[in-house]
Design a protein. Structure first.
Length: 249
């Protein structure tokens, strides 16, 4: 499988990929309960997004039918897309504002990882405290993970603009007292980025709870970390996530 094969081939495949990604997010503990959502840009004016249905059970139980196509204002992009009692997330502007301003991304993940929230509230920034333990995570943290300092529901373009400004061109932003937003070319990459940030936050909490101090990986060690490529960093890692769920490759 080449990196390009992670890009959706058909609309039905796209819906299933998003549903799987939602289940991975929940299985990893980043989206417990009924909160959180994932989107994928289809055209410049439409996106597929995880919506809440009439018999909502939470992200851990997401199915392809929970993924609906809407426009950037949250209106159904085709007949029946929001039929049957489905509603778009209250925080849809979080997704659509990023799509409006970031041509480099196609997927957005919003989740509420408790460890990320706890670490940020404890004053622990996401830092490159590990090396080969998580190479993609180390590189992501080395370039900085910004923080949007307001614990608000990002329910309109004004607040979404604030969040996007805080995020800048970075792939992830921590939302104080709230969670995180991760953006990438694919839903798989966006979820894996969120998992790395959660892992680094968990380690930071463990280290400081044990009385230790956080120390960034030295530049010389960072320079030694190899680029293992998308086939390993994304595709192999994603197969592992699906295996954890008991899903076929």
């Amino acid at each position: 499988m080449t990196p390009g094969n992670l890009l959706p081939q058909t609309e039905s495949v796209s819906r299933e990929r998003i549903a799987l990604a939602c289940r991975v997010l929940a299985h990893r503990g980043l989206a417990d309960g009924i909160l959180g959502h994932i989107s994928l840009k289809i055209t410049d004016s439409t996106l597929l997004v995880r919506c809440r249905g009439p018999y909502e059970r939470g992200l851990a139980y997401t199915q392809a039918e929970d993924i609906r196509m809407v426009d950037l204002d949250g209106n159904p992009a085709a007949d029946g897309e929001l039929a049957g009692g489905y509603t778009v997330p209250n925080e849809l502007p979080l997704h659509t504002e990023l799509f409006r301003r970031r041509p480099d991304i196609r997927a957005v993940v919003h989740a509420h990882p408790p460890r990320v929230v706890a670490a940020d509230l404890a004053g622990l920034a996401v830092r490159p405290i590990v090396g080969a333990y998580d190479i993609p995570g180390a590189r992501l943290a080395a370039n900085g993970v910004p923080v949007y300092p307001r614990g608000v529901l990002i329910r309109d373009r004004r607040l979404a603009t604030e969040m996007a400004d805080a995020m800048g061109t970075r792939p992830v932003v921590v939302l104080r007292g709230h969670g995180l937003t991760s953006a990438a070319e694919t839903v798989e990459q966006a979820v894996l980025q969120a998992i790395s940030v959660d892992g680094l936050s968990g380690l930071a909490l463990q280290v400081t709870s044990a009385g230790g101090h956080l120390v960034d990986l030295p530049d010389a060690d960072m320079a030694e970390l190899p680029d293992l490529g998308g086939a390993f960093n994304t595709e192999t890692a994603w197969r592992h996530e699906l295996a954890r769920l008991g899903e076929p490759r």
